[in-house]
Design a protein around this ligand. Structure first.
Ligand code: PMP
Length: 430
């Protein structure tokens, strides 16, 4: 009978060192992170519970403790503020009526409609590349591109702070992976030097690093790739519609589009949709259309999303003031935070980390800010290394000067309560 067997193990973490580590962090989130997932119960206030619900369009978070009250959102990837723009909504609505919610298929078979092709043409032109292909997410784009273009026998040099989708894509590729020190040209060159000139090699980097908010040294990488015969791949997930002229991304920021072999990115951050892309030469993109698994084996973007994205790109091109406001906002915040003596690391993008001395204080500061009506995300292991816990601010063009000042005011008050401004600087590791 059933009872004759020992009880089945239901704890997935047993036997896995990594999952045991992750589980520690999970407990911390469950116990202390009072606003972990959209719509979850708010645990932060003694004796009461409140619901936090998000409307991702403008000020975004509403917190109902003693009746609804506005909460400012400083954690959204809506960098350009295009989500909910009336023109984006109207375009998506029209496509919804015409096509429904899905094309019910993959791109290579029945899943391509005119909107997909138009979106890919518009993205290619906007980003400054010959052609472009879209995927169902930025994560899928990196997995697909890396497993298609890199393989056994290739050497890939990858920044140690590159996004998880790059790490996973490279594992899938079977290439020889050489991780280099964050942004270190010396570290890249010391590996390149030892490889034969004819060896197929790739340098891959995030354009904007998603946790630190610093920008890749693309001019330096381009110079090394020229000297040592390497391809360059850039993941611009946090830079598309957030960096460079009109939001055209990191290669455009440096005027180096023609030197980057493949640019990947996300369509759910600065651009108001969901999905991912890869841009490059026509020959490379043709290769990806017929040779990358995320394109062949996964469903196409919903047409309303494609239509909303197309309209978003049009607006970005017509209204440079959106990006100007975004950069004004990030510069103002960074200057204000640094003036308090807090450590924003080397942020130079709309991602602004505030390095914290300990996990507990990170969650405590998050909680105090929530009580002041400010939403920010705490970030800990495994997203960053264990001693690099931080608050991570994402700036939006939607925030007004009054919003920024309210944030700085609240941060000043809350960080003083926790004595953060007198804390000694953290030891840099790795
Ligand atoms: N690359 C980077 C650098 C990212 O930060 C992210 C998402 N956080 C992705 C890729 C994946 O993008 P998506 O959310 O569209 O899957």
């Amino acid at each position: 009978t059933r009872n004759a067997f020992p009880e089945k193990n239901r704890n997935l973490a047993v036997g896995s060192a990594r999952l045991q580590e992750v589980q520690k962090a999970v407990h911390y989130y469950v116990d202390n992170h009072h606003c972990d997932v959209i719509g979850r119960v708010f645990h932060g206030m003694p004796g009461r519970e409140a619901r936090v619900s998000f409307s991702p369009t403008r000020r975004d978070v509403r917190l109902n403790a003693e009746g609804p009250r506005d909460v400012l959102h400083f954690g959204s990837y809506n960098y350009s503020g295009l989500n909910g723009h009336p023109r984006v909504v109207a375009a998506a609505e029209a496509a919804l009526r015409r096509y429904g919610t899905t094309v019910s298929g993959v791109r290579l078979l029945n899943g391509t409609c005119e909107l997909h092709l138009e979106l890919e043409r518009a993205l290619a032109e906007f980003l400054g590349f010959e052609d472009c292909v879209t995927y169902s997410s930025g994560y899928a784009a990196n997995l697909s591109v890396l497993s298609a273009l890199c393989g056994e026998g290739d050497v890939v040099l990858s920044d140690m702070l590159n996004h998880q989708s790059i790490i996973d894509g490279l594992k899938l590729s079977g290439a020889d992976i050489r991780t280099y020190r964050h942004k270190s040209l010396r570290s890249i060159e010391s590996t390149l030097k030892k490889l034969p000139y004819e060896q197929r090699k790739f340098i891959i980097t995030d354009g904007v690093f998603s946790m630190d908010g610093d920008v890749a040294d693309l001019p330096g990488i381009v110079a090394l790739a020229e000297s040592y015969n390497a391809f360059i791949l850039v993941d611009d997930a946090h830079a598309t519609a957030a960096m460079g002229p009109n939001g055209r991304g990191t290669p455009a920021y440096f005027g180096l589009q023609s030197q980057v072999d493949v640019l990947t990115g996300s369509l759910s951050k600065g651009l108001p949709g969901i999905g991912g892309f890869a841009a490059g030469s026509k020959a490379t993109i043709d290769l990806l259309r017929f040779g990358s698994n995320g394109y062949i084996f996964s469903a196409s973007l919903p047409p309303p999303i494609a239509a909303g994205l197309l309209e978003g790109i049009r607006i970005l091109q017509e209204q440079p003031e959106l990006q100007e406001r975004l950069h004004h906002n990030e510069n103002h915040l960074r200057a204000g935070i640094r003036a308090m003596g807090l450590d924003c690391m080397n942020s130079e993008s709309p991602i602004i980390p505030i390095l914290m001395p300990a996990y507990e204080k990170t969650f405590e500061l998050t909680r105090l800010l929530h009580l002041e009506g400010i939403y920010v995300n705490p970030v800990g292991y495994p997203a960053v290394s264990k001693n690099r816990t931080r608050l991570r601010i994402n700036v939006s063009a939607n925030l007004t000067q009054a919003d920024l000042d309210r944030f700085l005011d609240a941060l000043d008050r809350c960080s003083r309560k926790l004595n953060l401004q007198d804390a000694p600087p953290l030891q840099q590791t790795g």
